[in-house]
Write a protein that binds this ligand. Structure first.
Ligand code: HEC
Length: 384
């Protein structure tokens, strides 16, 4: 699936080439031409539609191939769907032509700044080529560009191609004049790409050069249409997000596992320390404490009050039970949730307001632990 827009341009990528154009021409251009042709001559799609015209990019070969005089004629006399631009002096027309000529030289100074940390170039190979002569050198540079960089902008793509070219020149020094340099760019995370071998040639933005010495002349590049690029970005982002979601889920699973094994360890520690035979609920114990008589059970409840110095009253799910033989000052706060280990004695009678004398289960104290969680769930009493 390679839907590409082919644009041709000529780009002199030599070091030391000045980006300054014809400043007066630029002023004229901004005032009189930009509205239809865009700041970089790349043409405005909505304007082309409105005028029902095809407007070639002003940096394109077909426009640049025209002589200065021909361009001046277009401006002063009009051509096709373009009406003559009125009110321009000969000098202004010449200036603006001068400015048009700078469009093919290099990106304008107001081109978007590219954060270099978001671009990475890898040199795929650097070899003697055979395109022109036996001494020619071919260099292939692959570039990874952070996905937020807008490759669909011609100016940005050109800047990146130029960066790739510079990279090739610096990284692959050679006594030979080179035959060609090709640069291909893809979107991705620059930090992740460290090896050319891991690079999947994308053919998304492609530049190739020919020339001699450092007089590079870009003869073609392929840029991706915005829609394709946006789909690609969404794919990259979507994959990253899915990974992140999976990581969060995995973290949750592991946390839950840790919690469960902590509960198991705490629970079995309590069982071991106190010789617990069963975990029971107050309800189970109240129905028939004699089943467990003489055995040590683990039961949780809220401490209500001490009935005597060593006897305490506890409750759980509306059921009460009494524990005897409690060490002094073990329980001092009404409402404390407690995990108790106690040997089942049987029943004992307590006086309950309104109900009067009531039989409740009776345990003799073996051990206890204070709980933080509702229902002492950190001891997994409910799981039994
Ligand atoms: C009202 C919109 C509009 C304005 C303003 C305008 N142009 Fe154009 N221009 C067009 C259209 C439409 C075309 C395509 C003409 C055609 O149909 O061939 C075009 C084409 C061109 C071409 C390419 C000619 C070719 O086919 O090789 C050049 C060069 C050009 N314009 C320069 C300028 C300059 C310089 C200015 C300002 C001084 C300017 N234009 C102002 C609409 C405009």
């Amino acid at each position: 699936m390679k839907t590409t827009v082919i644009a041709s341009l000529t780009l002199i990528a030599s070091a030391g080439l000045s980006w300054a154009g014809a400043p007066e021409g630029k002023e004229v251009y901004t005032a009189m031409c930009q509205i239809c042709h865009g700041p970089n001559g790349e043409f405005k799609a909505n304007m082309a539609k409105m005028l029902n015209a095809t407007i070639p990019p002003l940096a394109s070969k077909e426009v640049q191939a025209k002589t200065d005089d021909q361009l001046k004629q277009v401006i002063l006399k009009g051509q096709g769907k373009m009406k003559p631009v009125s009110g321009l002096t000969e000098k202004q027309a010449a200036d603006v032509v001068g400015f048009l000529r700078t469009m093919n030289a290099a990106p304008p100074t107001d081109a978007p700044k590219i954060d270099r940390s978001k671009v990475k170039f890898l040199l795929a190979f650097c070899s003697k080529g055979t395109m022109y002569d036996n001494n020619a050198v071919q260099r292939t540079v692959d570039g990874i560009v952070a996905s937020e960089i807008d490759l669909s902008q011609d100016v940005t793509a050109m800047q990146l191609l130029q960066m790739g070219t510079t990279f090739a020149q610096e990284t692959c020094p050679s006594p030979y004049p080179f035959g060609s340099i090709s640069v291909s760019l893809t979107l991705g995370d620059p930090a992740k790409f460290t090896d050319v071998k891991n690079f999947i040639p994308p053919g998304q933005v492609y530049g190739s050069t020919k020339g001699a010495g450092n007089q590079l002349e870009w003869n073609s590049y392929t840029n991706i249409p915005r829609a394709t690029r946006e789909t690609r970005i969404q794919q990259i982002r979507g994959a990253a997000q899915a990974k992140q979601r999976e990581a969060v889920l995995e973290e949750q699973r592991q946390a839950e596992q840790r919690k469960q094994s902590e509960i198991a360890a705490r629970s079995s520690g309590f069982v071991k320390a106190n010789g617990v035979a069963h975990f029971v609920t107050a309800e189970q114990l109240a129905a028939n404490p004699f089943v467990y008589q003489g055995q040590v059970v683990a039961i949780y409840g809220a401490f209500e009050q001490m009935i005597s110095a060593t006897q305490g009253l506890f409750s759980s799910q509306d059921k009460r039970f009494v524990v005897s033989g409690i060490p002094t000052a073990r329980f001092t706060q009404t409402g404390s949730i407690v995990m108790l280990a106690g040997r089942v004695v049987g029943n004992i009678e307590i006086k309950v307001p309104i109900l009067g004398p009531t039989l409740v289960p009776h345990l003799s104290f073996v051990g206890s632990a204070f709980c933080q969680q509702q229902g002492c769930s950190e001891y997994a009493i409910n799981l039994r």
